[in-house]
Design a protein around this ligand. Structure first.
Ligand code: ZN
Length: 240
């Protein structure tokens, strides 16, 4: 089976379309998402519709739950809060209900999906260090866990000790357990502005993290025209 991993889209339609186009020739069987479809960008409805059309296995991100009214806005900085409140005015009720229906953790065969950390998914902490990964690997019941949230593509592997790697080709053969972040489609934060996504080939047991350029100018124009905070546009140029 070939799985595509699409996460942290954050209402960035141009980035999402570029990723879906790149995936067209990849013989994808099933789509996975570790959440944050909305928040920050200017196309929440279109992004939710595109993602729903893929019929993905998906879990909730903190922005999804905040827009849906499950998570308090107190957990967000002022830019994020502004975008969440704006997004609420743009989504049809049916899409809001869909966001509200998303769960925090989902198992799909040999994979587990969670947005933030597996050891305390409801706190939406960042999984950034080998120690954070160790805590989540302790409770991981499948060989592979896909996460999002940090917007930085990275893999933590456990073979006795926990090591991490920023490699774009991740060979999971011989790895006891691994946590993989395939990066963010709509707001990369690793200094590379290109949209990031993953492809997991379970037969080869290899994950590829891929990057594609997209129309950043078009996206930033829409963010500014919507009256959203300009920092949400500026950061897309530099991948921060
Ligand atoms: Zn996010």
């Amino acid at each position: 089976m070939r799985y595509a991993i699409i996460s942290d889209v954050h209402s960035n339609l141009e980035a999402l379309e570029a990723v879906l186009e790149a995936l067209e020739s990849e013989s994808i069987d099933v789509y996975l998402s570790t959440g944050d479809i909305v928040g920050y960008g200017a196309d929440p409805e279109e992004c939710v519709e595109r993602i729903r059309a893929l019929d993905p296995h998906i879990v909730a991100g903190n922005h999804d739950w905040a827009v849906a009214g499950i998570l308090s806005l107190d957990f967000f900085n002022s830019y994020a809060r502004e975008a969440i409140e704006w997004t609420r005015t743009r989504l049809p009720r049916e899409d809001m209900e869909w966001l509200r229906s998303l769960q925090l953790v989902k198992k799909v065969g040999k994979m587990t999906l969670v947005h933030a950390t597996l050891h305390s998914p409801e706190n939406f902490d960042y999984l950034l260090t080998a120690y954070d990964a160790h805590l989540s690997l302790e409770v991981l019941e499948t060989p592979v866990c896909f996460v999002g949230h940090s917007h930085v593509p990275v893999t933590f592997a456990q073979n006795g000790s926990v090591t991490f790697s920023f490699a774009s080709e991740i060979d999971l053969n011989g790895v006891h357990r691994a946590i993989v972040n395939a990066g963010s489609v709509g707001q990369p934060r690793d200094g590379n502005p290109h949209a990031s996504f993953g492809i997991y080939d379970t037969e080869k047991n290899v994950v590829h993290v891929r990057r594609v350029p997209y129309d950043v100018a078009g996206t930033t124009r829409k963010i500014l025209a919507a009256g959203l905070p300009s920092v949400l546009a500026e950061r897309l140029w530099v991948g921060k």
